[in-house]
Design a protein around this ligand. Structure first.
Ligand SMILES: Cc1cc2nc3c(=O)[nH]c(=O)nc-3n(C[C@H](O)[C@H](O)[C@H](O)COP(=O)(O)OP(=O)(O)OC[C@H]3O[C@@H](n4cnc5c(N)ncnc54)[C@H](O)[C@@H]3O)c2cc1C
Length: 488
């Protein structure tokens, strides 16, 4: 039975459905009342993408693994590691459940507090030029949409055999256009009840952190050799770079290159291997370290460039081996949860190095800001993601480099600093992450049209599934999603 709390005011209804029928009834109720309804995951998006207006639907009670009807799966897909899971499960809980089944996510973001539906709906990514972001693990979606209709949405050659599919309450839709629109739909197509995801067998990773100067890293990013072992041909599973935008005493920029390598066998771990940089992990979990950093940002900001440098250097030569999802989790949770950032994706196709040009211009901007008393409170980050077939993914049809500009919340004039970085990234053909600060997109429909060649298809299904704008919110309104390029 639906639990609906009535609050009144600007967001009157907080709803906690307990089953699929509850979700159906909520959607029907909102549509009948001509009110808006929004599913919210953990609320971890920095942008207003998850901001509800009238009905807020919290799927926290829809957080279980569901049975998979193996008979309805086509024989050629039965050997895949398919799991059926409700959308409200957090990535953290999901990872633990998968661990018990000896399975693992292919990739994930740096934290695990998100829900699966939230992470998938905004295209949450980790790092790895050959690895997908979250939508890349999805094989089937159970969506409650316009009229409370339930759809099982899959690609044209989806995993379900139509002949063996007998669920009369949920219509099977196998169509590439619908699937690649719905899999990253920013909550605008309805409420996602569950997913069938494809998992990896449990794997083990080694993480190393090496300190270099930017003058060493830059040419290796340019010719892409940073993504390979020294033999020049064996790809490294995941690479990320953190860089201090301020120069060090040698006039260069200190970088940490983090590399994730697949281990062939379960590691024989020493305590050192098994515990990731434990001092920073423990400090990262304490509110005190966040408060200290914020105090320094406010009282003695001139210390920040040196502090970023020494914190990067303190990470070097750290080796960590563990199960895949444990290594992919980047820890230092307490500080991260108090972070705030913009992140843009840059096309790397045909040796395009716009991301390097943009990043170096952002170094200059950081110095210019410093002279005005505006300081960076964390290093800038580079992560790399494989191309995606999801129409609204920033990596649609292109391998990308993401530039991340994290700050701790409470950094003075944070929005002004971030806007300046957004301007630079946009100028160099960066594509904003939907879940991060993307205020630069306001009033710029041409940006969305430029980077999403299948936008018209996505918009067609937006209008079909969301004809009364029931699943829209301020975010989709301000970007005119569903109607970009149309006179309405
Ligand atoms: C500290 C921190 C670190 C982060 N690190 C990364 C990172 O490493 N990589 C990265 O890419 N991103 C990262 N992010 C961004 C974050 O992963 C995304 O914004 C993600 O969407 C948040 O998941 P959520 O469950 O909180 O979803 P929410 O923010 O609550 O919702 C996101 C969207 O999903 C929709 N949605 C949620 N549930 C449903 C549902 N059941 N049906 C339909 N729509 C639904 C919402 O309507 C909304 O449009 C980070 C965020 C934080 C706060």
């Amino acid at each position: 039975m639906n639990t609906i709390h009535k609050f009144g005011g600007r967001m009157p209804y907080y709803c906690i459905p307990r089953n699929l029928q509850d979700v159906v009834e909520l959607v029907q109720r909102a549509e009948n009342e001509n009110k808006r309804i929004k599913a919210v995951g953990s609320g971890h998006s920095f942008s207003d993408v998850a901001l509800p207006e009238v009905y807020l639907v919290d799927l926290k009670k829809l957080n279980a693994l569901l049975p998979l009807d193996n008979n309805s799966i086509k024989p050629e897909y039965r050997q895949l590691n398919l799991v059926h899971v409700q959308g409200g499960m957090t990535v953290q809980k999901f990872n633990r459940k998968m661990d018990r089944l000896d399975l693992c996510v292919k990739n994930m973001g740096g934290i695990d507090n998100q829900t699966l539906a939230g992470a998938i709906s905004t295209g949450t990514h980790g790092t790895g030029l050959g690895l997908p972001s979250f939508p890349g693990m999805v094989r089937s979606i159970l969506l409650v949409t316009h009229g409370g209709k339930c759809l099982r949405v899959e690609p044209t050659n989806g995993i379900t055999s139509p002949d063996q599919y007998h669920d009369t309450n949920v219509e099977l839709v196998q169509n590439d256009q619908v699937f690649y629109s719905a899999v990253l739909s920013l909550g605008c197509f309805g409420i996602i009840y569950s997913f069938i995801l494809e998992m990896e067998d449990m794997y083990f990773l080694e993480e190393t952190k090496k300190c270099y100067d930017w003058s060493y890293v830059k040419p290796r990013l340019k010719d892409r050799s940073l993504f390979y072992e020294e033999d020049g041909s064996t790809p490294i599973r995941g690479v990320m770079v953190q860089v201090n935008p301020y120069k060090n005493k040698d006039g260069d920029h200190t970088c940490i290159v983090v590399r994730h390598r697949l281990l062939n066998t379960r590691p024989h771990r020493t305590l050192g291997d098994a515990t990731r940089n434990w001092i920073s992990s423990i400090l990262g979990r304490l509110p005190l370290s966040y408060l200290v950093l914020r105090r320094i940002a406010r009282r003695k900001p001139e210390k920040l460039p040196g502090m970023i440098d020494s914190s990067l250097r303190s990470l070097q030569d750290k080796r960590y081996e563990n199960k895949g999802y444990r290594v992919l989790y980047q820890g230092a949770e307490y500080v991260k949860i108090r972070a705030y950032d913009s992140e843009f994706a840059f096309d790397m196709t045909d040796n395009n190095n716009d991301f390097i040009t943009a990043l170096e211009e952002m170094f200059d901007k950081a110095v210019e800001n410093k002279e005005k008393g505006l300081f960076q409170t964390a290093p800038m980050g580079l992560r790399f993601v494989d191309r995606s077939p999801a129409y609204l993914s920033p990596e649609y049809g292109r391998q990308v480099a993401y530039i991340d500009t994290p700050f701790i919340t409470g950094t003075p004039k944070l929005d002004e600093i971030l806007y300046g970085y957004q301007e630079i990234m946009l100028k160099h053909n960066g594509i904003p992450h939907w879940g991060k600060i993307n205020t630069i997109l306001d009033g710029k429909p041409e940006v969305i049209e430029k980077y999403y060649p299948e936008l018209q298809v996505w918009q067609k299904y937006f209008r079909e599934f969301n004809p009364k704008k029931t699943f829209s919110n301020k975010f989709s309104d301000r970007l005119n999603l569903g109607f970009v390029g149309m006179v309405v």
